[in-house]
Design a protein around this ligand. Structure first.
Ligand code: WT7
Length: 572
């Protein structure tokens, strides 16, 4: 295949020579930039906040926050105090101990960031939850991890099925007019009087920090557990890939409910002592361009869906704002269409750098770097220190230009260390005990660039969010009208994929548009808005294997008008 490569834009990139760095680099060396390398005692909250508060960065802004008219700024010194206060509130008003699980379920706000970092100061594991989650999704995550506490708001607290969660002891509420009882604690009230000093818990580099639940093609969402050591890769990639310097203003648009929003929406930039912007609320073309101008964003990390929406909004809204501060733009979450890169060259006069990684990898793994040409359509090359290959189903490494499973050599610092409560599942990710198999199919060209081809499994990526078809199917089956359900991702020009459900109805139910809407709302209210099928098609029955498994492959073939392949296991 022929690709036109795009030129390198000169800048103060910290990764200057890719091949030289690959040859010379080791993670063990990278670890030496942290003082805990010698003591062995570490806490990511100390490294991300306190260390800078005790340095020349003390009065540097760590966090800008903007949501409508609420605009705030916190220096590293203030972040240290606010996170210490949060840690004291959590310690004094709960029975949380090192290694316990606490979830944070609230919209982006400074309090979310204070309390998340504060929790880590206690050595407690944080499970961030996206604010759109509904009762079913919350229950699955809190019960699987036997969470002891949750931080949320009065608007969201009703979605927590307290009666069904025997391990849940404390609910910290952040809001107004809160009535405390044995379980409910008014977080802001206690913040006022809490001490601003706190001795962080010193941890081991293999101790856990974050528990991000994510979807696979089968079963309930799985708890992907990350550890302190991930910080080595988060910092290194923040320098190499985000190219973050001291004077930058960095904006990662992701919510901390997803791994991008913690790894690069909190830790990467703060480990680097950077200044980051958090914008509350939902996507809006005008609002986003305005934020770039108002804060003078220089480095911007977003997702293809967002770029496609901005692209669709045309030049008009762009003209209202000065976007010339932007000097480095990156993307993650889904394939970045060459068309979007071309639009970026036109609109921002620069390249958009695609990055590939997953919840499980914990940090960026395959990326486009400032120092290398971009081949539009490629996710880039492995981060130095990462060994990525294409393997066949037996784990044999394939030569260039052959499609297969994208795999990474086990042992990179940010790699997940456990699937919560499910060691068999964890082991199933690795072939020959050596290669982590990602679930993505891809090929590598003769220059070492990787090209994404699709998911190997049935996982759906819709607007950059990962949705497991099984979860949606299970929820659909709870609706009284539904007897069978099969869910697939249907290609969509803006969202990448949309969720499409094929549904067979119980006798006596009429296949009406009203019923479709009712079923859609049922999933939305039970799981989350982004999990609800945008399209529902009624069928008399669904294709199944003889053992009764819905054949999503056949549904997909129906949808796309493709040959359905081997149907020998299909029940007829
Ligand atoms: C899946 C992981 C941590 C990043 C946010 C998503 C898809 C991710 C790319 C890319 C094509 C991509 C893959 C991957 N994906 N980045 N640059 N090009 N596909 O994390 O929710 O764990 O999803 O997102 O399919 O397996 P996630």
């Amino acid at each position: 295949m022929e690709f036109k490569t795009l030129p390198v834009v000169q800048g103060d990139y910290q990764l200057r020579d890719y091949d030289e760095t690959v040859a010379a680099f080791s993670w063990a060396d990278a670890e030496k930039q942290f003082s805990w390398h010698e003591s062995g005692k570490v806490n990511i909250a100390h490294e991300a906040v306190d260390r800078h508060a005790e340095s020349y960065r003390k009065n540097k802004v760590a966090l800008y926050y903007k949501d409508g008219n609420r605009k705030e700024a916190y220096t590293y010194y203030q972040m240290k105090r606010m996170t210490n206060k949060s840690a004291n509130v959590l310690r004094n008003h709960s029975t949380l101990e090192r290694g316990d699980r606490l979830f944070i379920f609230m919209p982006r706000s400074p309090e979310l960031y204070f309390s998340l970092i504060g929790t880590l100061k206690l050595g407690v594991i944080v499970g961030p939850l996206f604010e759109a989650f509904m009762e079913g999704a919350i229950f699955d995550r809190l019960s699987d991890s036997e969470a002891k506490a949750i931080i949320t708001t009065p608007e969201l607290v009703d979605r927590i099925p307290v009666d069904k969660l025997p391990h849940l002891k404390t609910i910290f509420l952040i809001g107004e007019n809160i009535v405390e009882d044995g379980m409910i604690v008014d977080f802001n009230k206690h913040m006022k009087n809490a001490s601003h000093s706190f001795q962080v818990e010193w941890m081991d580099k293999e101790d856990p920090t974050l528990l991000h639940y994510t979807s696979g093609s089968t079963g309930k969402p799985k708890g992907v557990l990350h550890v302190q050591e991930a910080m080595v890769q988060q910092l290194q990639t923040t320098r190499w890939v985000l190219d973050l310097n001291d004077e930058d203003i960095f904006w990662c648009t992701a919510d901390p409910g997803w791994v991008t929003g913690t790894a690069y929406g909190i830790f990467g930039p703060m480990l680097a002592g950077g200044t980051m912007l958090v914008v509350g609320g939902r996507f809006s073309t005008e609002g986003w361009y305005e934020a770039i101008e108002e804060y003078g964003v220089t480095v911007w990390y977003s997702a293809p869906t967002a770029f496609r929406m901005l692209m669709g909004a045309g030049e008009g809204p762009m003209k209202n704002n000065d976007l010339s501060s932007l000097r480095h733009i990156l993307s993650v979450g889904e394939p970045l269409n060459p068309e979007v890169i071309r639009w970026g060259m036109d609109a921002f006069k620069q390249r958009i750098h695609d990055t590939w990684w997953m919840t499980e990898t914990g940090a960026q793994t395959i990326c486009n770097f400032g120092c290398l040409p971009i081949k539009p359509g490629s996710m880039g090359k492995p981060v130095p220190g990462i060994e990525a290959v294409i393997v066949d189903d037996q784990g044999n490494i394939l030569p260039p230009n052959q499609m297969g499973n994208l795999a990474i050599k086990k042992g990179w610092p940010a790699m997940m260390r456990q699937i919560w409560n499910n060691p068999e599942k964890y082991d199933s990710y690795f072939v020959n005990g050596e290669w982590y198999v990602s679930g993505d199919s891809a090929y590598m060209d003769e220059d070492g660039y990787f090209f994404f081809q699709g998911r190997v499994d049935d996982v759906i990526m819709t607007s950059g969010e990962r949705v497991g078809p099984f979860e949606v199917e299970s929820k659909l089956l709870e609706h009284p009208a539904v007897v069978e359900a099969g869910v697939i991702g249907k290609p969509d020009p803006v969202r990448g994929e949309i969720i499409k459900a094929f549904v067979a109805l119980h006798e006596g139910y009429e296949p009406t548009d009203e019923l479709k809407e009712e079923i859609r709302q049922f999933v939305k209210k039970g799981l989350a808005a982004h999990s609800a099928p945008r399209e529902i098609e009624f069928k008399d029955s669904l294709p199944k294997t003889r053992s009764g498994k819905i054949m999503r492959r056949v549904l997909k073939a129906w949808e796309l008008d493709l040959p359905a392949g081997d149907l020998s296991t299909m029940e007829v």
